[in-house]
Design a protein around this ligand. Sequence first.
Ligand code: PLP
Length: 367
Amino acid sequence: MKVPFLDLKAQYEPLQAELEAAVLKVLRSQCYALGEEVEMFERGFAAYCGAQYCVGLNSGTSALILALKAMGIGPGDEVLTVPQTFFATSEAINWVGAMPVFVDVDEKTRTMDPSKIEQAVNPKTKAIIPVHLYGHSADMDPILEIAGRHKLWVLEDAAQAHGAKYKGKRVGALGHAACFSFYPTKNLGACGEAGAVVTSDENLAVAVQKLRNHGGIQRYRHDLIGMNARMEAIQGAVLNIKLKHVEEWNQKRRANANRYHQLLQGARVVLPQTAEWAESVFNSYVVCSSERDRLIDHLNQNHVGSLIYYPNSLHLLDVYKSLGYRKGDLPVSERLTAEVLSLPIYPELTHEQIEYVAGVIQEEWKL
Ligand SMILES: *Cc1c(COP(=O)(O)O)cnc(C)c1O
């Protein structure tokens, strides 16, 4: 049996006729950027998150950059985030001219450890970006409490967590604003690049609407120094169709995770845990192994795809040498980086495929 790490075709095929008709309609409309399809998606996705506004953009990276800009963050400012995330999270902080300051993660949730935040706050600190990594929410209440006390913005990086819940509430409406990516591998994926900022703060929403369109909502009005970060109409049309399925897909990812959890009992790998306050949407199913290289080889030999999310703890990247971090500074993240391995978890995986993957692991790693 073959189990690829990802299988986008399995998601495309059942929706093929509907997607292709919607894209054709956009092509024939000659309205290619923003427009009705994007506005419809913005309304639908804001409602899905339980927030007032959604601003459609061309990527999750743009969403992070423009949200930080809208918050007024720039040179001389510091922004707290985690070293255990995709590089875009910290890159966006640099891109607006501010400095990332890394806070270690919690072993269990693999998200920002609230007990490590306060020691990183100083008068230059302006914002916190918790990342809902792998589809599991960060522990938002203590983060919001600390941010409130120090008057810091809270920007959720929800690029991997469409529909995930924290204490019964959807992520995306917990901080001042949230960034989403609709890159094809995310829980809600476009047919190309797309992203959004979600917020219930009208000022932030209007600022991001301007920033994505050269500083003005109307053509040739330039109230701010913006850029072009508009969502394409084709992506809006695709996302309107896929938004109707995201709950069902998330449910299937959770069912797949539960199945792995049962079938991998007794194996010498550390299984992902879900905090009692979280409902994860499992963008990734991440196990830890101190013999990761051997595990990857064994999976490869048996035609099972796997990937390392992420092979670097960001504070130790060469590009961040000037920040002065050393090995050992953020030990939990560093240990995870050395041990994490993502297994296939997409909604369309069959029971047989999951049993096969678990069986391949049990074969070699039984206690
Ligand atoms: C995917 C991702 C991003 C960036 O989104 P793009 O749409 O690829 O620009 C940012 N943060 C996290 C955590 C991500 O997983």
